[in-house]
Write a protein that binds this ligand. Sequence first.
Ligand SMILES: Nc1ncnc2c1ncn2[C@@H]1O[C@H](COP(=O)(O)OP(=O)(O)O)[C@@H](O)[C@H]1O
Ligand SMILES: [Mg+2]
Length: 264
Amino acid sequence: MSTSPILQVSDLQKTFGAVVAAKDINIDVTAGEVIGIIGANGAGKTTFVNMVTGYLKPSHGTIKFEGRDITGKPPRLVTQAGISRSFQVSQVFTSMTVYDNLLTALAIADSRGLNALKPIKRPDLERHCEETLARYQITDYRDSEASTLPQGVRKLLDIAMAMVSKPRVLLLDEPTSGVSAEEKFSIMDIIMNALKADQVTVLFIEHDMEIVERYVSRVIAFYQGEIICDESPEDALVDPKVREFVIGGEHHRGAAEARPHADN
Ligand SMILES: Nc1ncnc2c1ncn2[C@@H]1O[C@H](COP(=O)(O)OP(=O)(O)O)[C@@H](O)[C@H]1O
Ligand SMILES: [Mg+2]
C-alpha cells in the first residue's frame, strides 16, 4: 500500500534581497513521522517553518497539505486547514493563569480565530482543558500565572496550546530551548507522548543532537538555505556534511580543533 504524503514541499525558495534563505527545498512528509530539522544559525530552518505555516510567502515553489495547495495562505487559514506551530520564544499570555491560557486558546480555535482573545467558560471547553492539563502533566500549575512558570512548564503549556486546534501536522521551533539539561528529557518525554497519543505528524527544529537522536525518525539538515542531508538519525548524525556544517558549526565554532570525530 502506498500512502500519499501528508505534507509535500516542492522546489521551495525564499530570497530576502540578495540573501537566499531557502533554495530548492523538496520534502515529502508521511503521516506519523517525527522529523528533526537541524542546521547552524542562519541555515534557513525558521524560514522553512515560516513558509509552511504561512508566516512568510515563498518566492517560488509549492506547499501541499493533505493534497491541497496551501502555498501563500495566511497563518490563520493554514491553522484552520490543520497545521499548527509553536515559536522559539513561547507565545503564552503571561498575565493569565495556565488554565485561562488554555481556555483562551480553545476559544480562539473554536471560534476559528475570528474573535475571542479571552477565556470562555463552557462545559465542553473546560473539560477539554482539564484533559489537556493532565496529558501535559501541568495540572499542578493550573492556577499559576504564566509569567511565574519554570521554562519547561511554559514550553509544555505552549505546545498544549498549539495542539488545541487538533492539527494533523505540528511544527515546533526548538521545543527544548531554555530548558535545563537535567529537565530536557523528562520534558521531551511528556511532549512526545502527548503528541503520539494525538497521532500528530511532527517537524521540529532542534540544536541538541541528544534530543534529535532520541526522539526523531528522520533528520533533515539545512545548510545555507539548502537541504544537505535527509536520512534516518543514525545515518544523519555520522554524515560527513552534517558533521562539518551542522554539528561542527554548533559545538566547535571557532575552535582550532574544530573537526569532530566521526567514529561513534
Ligand atoms: N525577514 C528577513 N529579512 C531578511 N533576511 C532574513 C529574514 N529572515 C531570515 N533572513 C535571513 O535568511 C537566512 C536564514 O535565516 P533563518 O531562517 O532565520 O535561519 P535559522 O532559523 O536556521 O537560524 C539568514 O541569512 C537570515 O539572516
Ligand atoms: Mg531559527
